[in-house]
Ligand binder design. Structure first.
Ligand code: DGL
Length: 271
């Protein structure tokens, strides 16, 4: 198959990466996509870097075997701790969500004070702070893990008093930092935008890495002459490692479209 006609592979620890897929579909509607959600092993955000990297290699190998032309690591946790290792393991472009999010945050801030929220693993890795400082050394970065946001979103709770109270409690300290930009450094957080913006106030700009990642993909595919040009049927496949029912239910709401081809798979482990 001609290289440009091949699909793009996307993986996440579970369902959250669909926020990235949605932006990819909106930005590059004629590109085929193969999405893998490791739903049997989610969450990654509470695990060690070593475990996250092992899972990531298994996900990468599965998608690579599908003859993809580009790999998108939609998961912030994986992008934070394993991106370089993944890049070295394959000979196709690999895009993570940290650098695009960091770039958008740096161009958005006026005060030079940026907050980053994410899973415990993402914040512990310091990946956003490193990427932001590499772009603009004087910027001050304040990281904060918000682990309860993931299960709330997984449950479909994206608004209402429980979510608001949780956000108020987590972000109380962040509100004292004088930030003007807050990076939503986790796949699930864009679904909480309404609540987060209410809690942080209108003066704080929320950065959604998913939008920036889709823009970067388009640029990279264009530079490499890998954008699909032929119209026609678009391949859209979904794979999960646990039963597909919940993924289908929540996923179709996330995406705002029907998921047709979905399959449960068993990933091959390295050992
Ligand atoms: N996909 C993860 C992330 O963006 C959130 C869910 C998890 O902890 O696996 O960090």
């Amino acid at each position: 198959m001609e290289k440009a006609a091949r699909p793009i592979g996307i993986f996440d620890s579970g369902i959250g990466g669909l926020t990235v897929l949605k932006e990819i579909v909106d930005t590059l509607p004629i590109e085929g996509t193969i999405y893998l959600g490791d739903t049997a092993r989610v969450p990654y955000g509470t695990r060690s870097a070593e475990t996250v990297t092992r899972y990531s290699f298994e996900n990468t190998r599965f998608l690579f075997s599908k003859k993809i032309k580009m790999l998108v690591v939609a998961c912030n946790t994986v992008s934070s701790v394993s991106l370089e290792a993944i890049r070295q393991s394959v000979d196709i472009p690999v895009i993570g969500v940290i650098e695009p999010g960091a770039r958008a945050a740096v161009s958005a801030t006026r005060t030079g004070r940026i907050g980053v929220i994410g899973t415990s693993a993402t914040i512990r890795s310091g990946a956003y702070a490193t990427a932001i400082r590499a772009l603009s050394p004087p910027v001050e970065v304040f990281g904060l893990p918000c682990p309860l946001f993931v299960p709330l979103v997984e449950e479909g709770w994206t608004e209402g008093p429980v979510v608001e109270m949780t956000a108020e409690r987590y972000l109380a300290e962040m509100k004292t930092r004088g930030i003007d930009t807050l990076v939503l450094g986790c796949t699930h957080y864009p679904l909480l935008k309404g609540v987060l913006s209410k809690v942080m106030g209108e003066s704080v700009r929320l950065i959604d890495s998913a939008i920036e990642t889709a823009r970067e993909m388009r640029a990279v595919l264009g530079d490499l002459s890998l954008l699909r040009s032929a119209p026609g049927a678009v391949r859209r496949e979904f794979y999960v490692t646990d039963s597909p029912e919940k993924f289908l239910d929540v996923g179709e709401r996330f995406l705002g479209r029907t998921i047709e081809h979905i399959e449960k798979i068993i990933l091959e482990s390295e050992v």
